[in-house]
Design a binder for this molecule. Structure first.
Ligand SMILES: C[S@@+](CC[C@H](N)C(=O)[O-])C[C@H]1O[C@@H](n2cnc3c(N)ncnc32)[C@H](O)[C@@H]1O
Length: 360
């Protein structure tokens, strides 16, 4: 393959204020150098889990398919392509099929190994026999389960030596594996919740959410509600159980979360949104916004995205509408919420979680 000699300026575009957070890692660099060293030019490269576009920009000359798992990822990649004067790549959502069989897939291994397996299944179902998959990860994130999963799908799994605390592995000679149903079913309060592998809280409904739902305040006059960072839709569905005619909007940054929510809730008063901010709601205002907001992004802890969402919540509430938030106590959101809202009260707390009610 031709040496990729051009480098690109990549920004995170995620509102993080922490300057130590970088838009790519040593694992991305290692992956790229390995792709450069491949002898044969692949016909169709497909890139998984490229969070800000470092890999997609550097490999743009091969017209890759770029798999989008998050709206924030899609927006960051678009901005980085535009800033580097590149034509946008082809964005594809997982599990949606491809128009051309993949012969080279590149995977930055995600934190969720269930999502990694979903990627491998997506790749092996849509690829040529000659398929090679190159995966990369930081050595501190390695788990033997990763190789176990890879060996379930491929005869040959060869690991490289570590470079700058990162490692890559090459997977080839794909096996004939029976297609798995990539959906978990969680039970909670006599309801089943379906969710794709890799969607938040795989084994059980999150304990913070369970606590939230014991204390969430819903008024008979609440006509329109937003479940912000909705995951599989458990908060929205619990509200709907109590108040079946309420207009409910669910929004999440994760494509697979939104698709999971669609499996759990539908109806003429239900609206699903795939987005990482509240820009979908320009005129729409809510009586209640309920959220168990994110603070982990893969291996990073970052509350700046959530603080930005809180500001947007204020804009999207009706006068006297309220935002209810459950969080781990140590995050201390109170100092951030107080300057934004007229009143902030603590609805409930225990040794782990706290629930705030913030009135506009
Ligand atoms: C703590 S989980 C809560 C999920 C679900 N509400 C529950 O209680 O199980 C946080 C969710 O926030 C989503 N998320 C992350 N960043 C987001 C953003 N900027 N906008 C909307 N959702 C986001 C994640 O995909 C994840 O589903």
């Amino acid at each position: 393959m031709k040496k990729l000699d051009k480098t690109f300026e990549i920004q995170r575009h995620d509102f993080s204020k922490d300057r130590s957070l970088r838009p790519h890692s040593a694992a991305d660099e290692y992956l790229l150098s390995n792709i450069n060293a491949l002898q044969n030019k692949p016909k169709q490269i497909t890139i998984y889990n490229d969070r800000f576009g470092y890999l997609s920009c550097h490999l743009n000359q091969y017209n890759p398919n770029v798999i989008i798992t998050n709206k924030s990822q899609q927006k960051a990649i678009e901005l980085n392509f535009i800033a580097n004067n590149l034509k946008l790549p082809k964005f594809v959502y997982p599990l949606s099929g491809y128009d051309k069989a993949i012969d080279l897939a590149i995977v930055k291994v995600p934190k969720s190994l269930a999502l990694f397996e979903l990627f491998l299944q997506d790749i092996t179902q849509n690829s040529t026999k000659e398929l090679t998959v190159v995966i990369a990860f930081m050595t501190r994130h390695f788990s033997p389960k990763l190789i176990e999963i890879a060996e379930e799908y491929f005869e040959l799994v060869t690991q490289s030596k570590a470079v700058k605390k990162s490692r890559i592995a090459q997977l080839s000679s794909k096996k004939e594996v029976r297609k798995k149903d990539l959906i978990d079913v969680l039970q909670f309060r006599n309801q089943d919740y379906k969710q794709y592998w890799g969607v938040f809280s795989a084994k059980h409904i999150d304990y913070a959410t369970q606590y939230f739902l014991e204390h969430l305040e819903l008024k008979a006059t609440d006509e329109t509600v937003l479940d912000l960072a909705s995951g599989n839709g458990v908060i929205a569905k619990s509200i709907l159980t109590k108040s079946p005619n309420t207009e409910i909007h669910l929004i999440d940054d994760s494509y697979l979360a939104v698709e999971s929510g669609k499996m759990n809730l539908s109806g003429k008063n239900i609206y699903h949104h795939f987005n990482n901010d509240l820009s979908d709601f320009q005129d729409q205002k809510f009586d209640l916004i309920a959220t168990n907001p994110p603070f982990h992004f893969e291996y990073e802890v970052n509350i700046n995205i959530t603080l930005r969402l809180f500001k947007e919540c204020y804009r999207c509430l009706k006068d006297n509408g309220n935002l209810q938030v459950v969080a781990s106590r140590h995050l201390n959101y109170l100092t951030h919420l107080k300057p934004l809202f007229s009143t902030v009260e603590v609805l409930a707390k225990n040794d782990k979680f706290i629930i705030y009610k913030c009135v506009k």
